[in-house]
Design a protein around this ligand. Structure first.
Ligand SMILES: Nc1ncnc2c1ncn2[C@@H]1O[C@H](COP(=O)(O)OP(=O)(O)OP(=O)(O)O)[C@@H](O)[C@H]1O
Ligand SMILES: [Mg+2]
Length: 258
């Protein structure tokens, strides 16, 4: 049973501009949470801050994973502790194949969990698990020997991200979706992957600004995110309401208060 707690989280850009302005959120294994909000509201900033990206500064509040405060931990430590972030815009790594990238990532986690002593997964074991997960997630075997994200289509990037998630077995996965770049097949891949993996060992936070992906992933909780804050919470019905009415209700309120 894993639990990620965001406590009064505030995040600023390097120049000090506040973007995330006090988020309280708890995600436990077995749960799918969706964060929905308009462009520029700070969703990706929140995701980066959770993952420990050095360009985003946590100015107030805490991030706690399974009771351990990781607010100050580096990105690699967080990954080793069981956090996974699927980026909105994944980077290409020319020269590093998908297979090698994954093997290194897994071995880094294994090393950290082994008190800093190398404990690489034996190659046959890695290969077996890798092939099985590729088949489960319908990732073409041809992608495995290509350089990571180099020339990949949007859908292929998503498949490989989900494959990374399946191999790394995180406790909490944060998926920052760029829905606009995804066709229905890619949406289904992400959704099925998340659905397969969420359970006693994993919870997920899915970030989106359209309800579309939520036709395929049923969120247990929906959080409406406007101007760096959660302004409303509900169940999956809230996502359907947003699809019809948009975010205007809250954005107007912001102006009235200002
Ligand atoms: N590295 C950065 N440098 C400068 N400004 C940034 C940086 N990261 C985020 N911002 C700014 O912070 C604000 C929030 O951006 P963010 O990417 O978190 O929004 P978002 O909710 O993810 O939007 P979208 O739905 O378009 O993905 C925007 O005004 C953006 O320009
Ligand atoms: Mg974003």
């Amino acid at each position: 049973m894993a639990k990620l707690e965001l406590k009064n989280l505030h995040v600023a850009l390097e120049d000090g501009t506040p973007i995330v302005k006090g988020v309280d959120l708890t995600i436990a294994s077995g749960e799918v949470h969706a964060i929905m909000g308009p462009n520029g509201s700070g969703k990706s900033t929140l995701a980066y801050a959770i993952a420990g990206h050095p360009a985003y500064e946590i100015t107030e509040g805490q991030i706690v994973l399974d009771g351990v405060d990781i607010t100050e931990a580096g990105a690699d430590e967080r990954a080793q502790a069981g956090l996974f972030l699927a980026f909105q815009y994944p980077h290409a790594i020319p020269g590093v194949t998908v297979t090698n990238f994954l093997r290194q990532a897994i071995n880094a986690v294994r090393k950290a969990r082994n008190g800093g002593v190398d404990n690489p997964m034996p190659v046959p074991e890695f290969r077996k698990a890798f092939l099985a997960k590729m088949d489960d997630l319908k990732v073409s075997r041809e992608l495995a020997s290509r350089y990571l994200n180099d020339g990949f289509s949007g859908g292929e990037k998503k498949r490989v991200e989900i494959l990374q998630m399946a191999m790394l077995e995180p406790k909490i996965a944060v998926l920052d979706e760029t829905d606009s770049g995804l066709d229905i097949d890619a949406l289904k891949v992400v959704a099925e992957g998340v659905q397969q993996l969420v359970g006693p060992n994993m919870g997920a936070l899915v970030i989106t600004h359209y309800q579309r992906i939520l036709n395929y992933i049923k969120p247990d909780f929906v959080h409406v995110f406007v101007d760096g804050r959660i302004v409303e919470q509900g169940g999956s019905e809230l996502a359907e309401k947003l699809e019809v009415s948009g975010y205007e209700e809250w954005e107007v309120k912001e102006e009235v208060h200002a």
